[in-house]
Design a protein around this ligand. Sequence first.
Ligand code: KG4
Ligand code: ZN
Length: 383
Amino acid sequence: MKILAIETSCDETGISIIDATGSVETGDMKFTVLADTLASQAELHNEYGGVYPTLAKREHIKALPLLLAQALKVANLTDLSAVESIDAIAVTHGPGLEPALWTGVTFAQELAKKWSVPLVPVNHMEGHIFSSLMHKVHDTKYEITNITYPAIALLISGGHTDLVLIKKPFDYEYLGGTLDDAVGEAFDKCARMLGLGYPGGPIIGQLAQEMRDKLEATPSLTIETGKVLPRPMLHSKDSNFSFSGLKTAVLYKVRELHRVYGDNLPQDIIKHVAMEFEDAAAEVLAKKVVDALETHNAQNLIIGGGVSASVYINKVIAERVMASTNDAKIHIPKQGMAGDNGLMIALAGYCRAERNEYVHDLSNLRAHGTLRLCQRRKLHTHG
Ligand code: KG4
Ligand code: ZN
């Protein structure tokens, strides 16, 4: 089945075309990437220190027709031959920024009508799960890794920090998540406080690693930045997180450092604070993941979402899992597949199309900014 997929939930516009066979249920899903296009707006949002929704919407509207033309060209299709060969269109309908989501939904509706092909809505977070499970066979040919269930997914992005139990393919249960800021959002805000621009994750990660390397090379070096950052909810006996307290602690620390050093903080101070922040975030994520794996005796861990591009966070989680009683296999996205992209929507879209989950009436499809992947775990009441 050939699927064309559209992603516009945040600040990346993606259009991809895949040809897929098999299914996740039978463990034999394979696919060929026919086209994979992406346009990032990150630079434009840089000056706002975060994604500015009306700007995102405008940019998606500009990028969509260009990416469509590019994707069809790469896949050796014309507008006419696409009508013959594309079996379905998949589109992210949530969660994300609603004005941004709507641009993709509207574009997909129009295309599905024009080509007379069915439309399948995709949950962006399910896309991130699939993104972490794809592995290359050769060239443009890939497989979805066949895993055992239950599995645990840690979904970490600009809008989410969710721990999800996957009981069997497509059967999700929400174990917990952030009670306030998402971890990616905390990375972005921390970067902003340090004057590092948007998106914050990659730059914080890079500077933090430079400081770790420096401290390792010069063990006698000590850099004083004040109070140790907190590890919010580290010992709460649930799968929830909180990052707003950590963010506020960074804010106070940075304010205090400005009082000492003036407007321009020394590079080593910035790098040290970046490292402290990443250490704190990694520690809470790793602890809750290990607990969830043990509680549910899961043999597979999927880490997905933009923050799963963090080599350090993935490393800390892997070390903690190895040191625990659970020896789960860890699945992380291959390079360039952690952030938002059209390919992950094509994968989830194919699976949903296979299950016949098309929209019946094209015009009924809506964007849902707060769309959920799954319900909360039921609380058992006694007595
Ligand atoms: O999944 P994504 O591309 O978009 C959303 O769905 O939100 O995630 C974006 C988030 C941003 O907060 C960005 O700072 C963070 O992922 N991120 C990282 C890294 N690369 C991107 N966070 C930590 N380390 C990274 N290397
Ligand atoms: Zn995302």
